[in-house]
Design a protein around this ligand. Structure first.
Ligand SMILES: [Cu+2]
Length: 132
């Protein structure tokens, strides 16, 4: 009986301590600034093309129920001609972006980028980013 009561008191004290730890002292980094947003539909990027300034960030939002990618890498595309990168720009690949997820990329080399969604490249899911 005594043992049980002690255990209950200990549990209560632990709960209070846990509450204290989740207070306002906990800080998260601010979300990155997004300068343009592209929505990923079933098999399309909307808008198909966006224009930004060098140093700005594009965010892709997958509002569809299926996974997509943002891939600007000639080695990964089914047709290398669907991918275009300015001279000096590095290839990039988002990896799988699941339903409801977002992914961002900051562009630092001016020029025209064409990218594909790997699962839907052959269905024409291809987009453009123009960096001025
Ligand atoms: Cu796709």
């Amino acid at each position: 009986m005594l043992l049980t009561r002690t255990a209950l008191i200990a549990a209560g004290a632990f709960s209070l301590a846990a509450c204290g730890l989740s207070g306002p002292a906990h800080t998260e980094p601010p979300p990155p600034q997004v300068d343009a947003t592209v929505t990923m539909g079933m098999v399309n990027f909307d808008p198909e093309a966006v224009a930004i300034q060098s140093g700005q960030t594009v965010q892709w939002r997958n509002t569809s129920p299926i996974a997509h990618t943002v891939t600007a890498d000639k080695r990964m595309a089914a047709n290398a001609e669907n991918v275009q990168l300015p001279a000096g720009a590095e290839s990039f690949h988002s990896g799988s972006i699941g339903a409801g997820e977002v992914w961002s990329y900051t562009f630092t080399v001016p020029g025209t980028y064409r990218y594909v969604c790997l699962p839907h490249e052959k269905k024409g899911m291809i987009g453009t980013v123009i960096v001025r």
